[in-house]
Design a protein around this ligand. Structure first.
Ligand SMILES: Cc1cc2nc3c(=O)[nH]c(=O)nc-3n(C[C@H](O)[C@H](O)[C@H](O)COP(=O)(O)OP(=O)(O)OC[C@H]3O[C@@H](n4cnc5c(N)ncnc54)[C@H](O)[C@@H]3O)c2cc1C
Length: 300
């Protein structure tokens, strides 16, 4: 029997062998055995509560920090999208955003309300759920944890819980909450500021990105985390990585911690490229780079 025939009833949509490559920035990867688009948080909770415990589950945001392998993903891939997950509400200096909301939309809502401290979200092309998991940001003091008050998540048993910021034990590109928790909402707050100054800061972030990052290519953002006291891009550059190519995958000439799919790359090309860079950097500097990009699924 196919997995989809064994799953609990839902109000949202279940699709077998669902294409994922067009749901990831790299544009590569095999299908999800089943893709689940819950209608709302309650639908997600009831699905998880009634799902057999041995079925693997993972959640996909905008796939902007993710490499989906060519063999696809076993089990259920959950994507939080649509009105049940993308609402953004503003009350005073506080913003509540569904995990499926685009970071950009939250930055715009903050600007309109004159709330400062969220301008960094303008340059992170993912969802609030992805930003909560990755502690997305553009530098010290400008990360998700700096704007976050609390986040609500649902676990593998379908239980919903609100976590205060300190319970999430954030560090650089890391949230300590176990992977069985799926974020459904974030509560953010910032100081009131001058709307024009906020808009100007957002424009500065965008101009910087256009100049320094290959934002119009099929990429996955920073490939490696910056090791303590080092820049990953510099280590890659010093190891001869800038422009280095494996099949249809290469390290960006513009920002050599970004991998690029020229349109013909497989996920295997991209992963081999990343591992080759790790080996080269280890050989030249002795430093072991850690992947920032999440690699999921099975090889072919
Ligand atoms: C051009 C470009 C520029 C970028 N610039 C930056 C930058 O400046 N700063 C930065 O920090 N990042 C940057 N990134 C990386 C990426 O945008 C961020 O990591 C972003 O937060 C990922 O969000 P996403 O929704 O795409 O998540 P995905 O890539 O889909 O997933 C990333 C991880 O988050 C998990 N996840 C997603 N949604 C949820 C949820 N609801 N609950 C629990 N876990 C979840 C996934 O399972 C996965 O482990 C960039 C990427 C690109 C392509």
């Amino acid at each position: 029997m196919d997995l989809i025939d064994t799953l609990p009833p839902v109000r949202g949509a279940l699709t077998a062998q669902a294409r994922l490559s067009d749901r990831s920035w790299f544009g590569v990867g095999g299908p999800a055995e089943v893709l689940f688009l819950p209608a709302d948080v309650e639908d997600l909770q009831s699905f998880l509560a009634n799902l057999a415990p041995d079925v693997p589950v993972m959640v996909l945001g905008r796939g902007s920090n993710m490499l989906i392998r060519d063999g696809g993903v076993k089990g259920v891939v959950i994507k939080l999208e649509g009105p049940g997950f993308e609402a953004i509400t503003v009350e005073g200096n506080r913003i509540t955003a569904g995990a499926g909301a685009a970071d950009l939309s939250v930055a715009i809502a903050a600007r309109k309300a004159g709330i400062d401290g969220m301008t960094f979200l303008v340059g992170v092309p993912g969802t609030i759920g992805g930003a909560l998991r990755m502690n997305a940001g553009i530098g010290p003091g400008k990360e998700m944890r700096n704007a976050l008050v609390a986040a609500t998540a649902v676990n593998r048993q379908g239980e919903k819980r609100r976590f205060a910021l300190d319970e999430l034990a954030y560090s650089y590109r890391h949230c300590d909450l176990g992977p069985e928790w799926i974020f459904v909402e974030a509560e953010l707050a910032g100081p009131f500021g001058d709307k024009e100054a906020i808009a100007a800061a957002m424009k500065d972030h965008q101009d910087y990105r256009r100049k320094n990052q290959p934002i119009n290519k099929k990429t996955g953002g920073s490939t490696f985390k910056n090791p303590e006291g080092h820049s990953a891009w510099r280590l890659v550059d010093e190891a001869g990585g800038r422009g280095y190519r494996v099949g249809g995958a290469s390290m960006s000439e513009l920002h050599c911690n970004f991998m690029i799919n020229d349109g013909s790359a497989t996920a295997a090309d991209l992963e081999t490229l990343g591992e080759t860079m790790r080996a080269k950097v280890k050989a030249t500097s002795g430093i072991e780079l850690q992947w920032e990009i999440k690699r999921i699924g099975e090889p072919v």
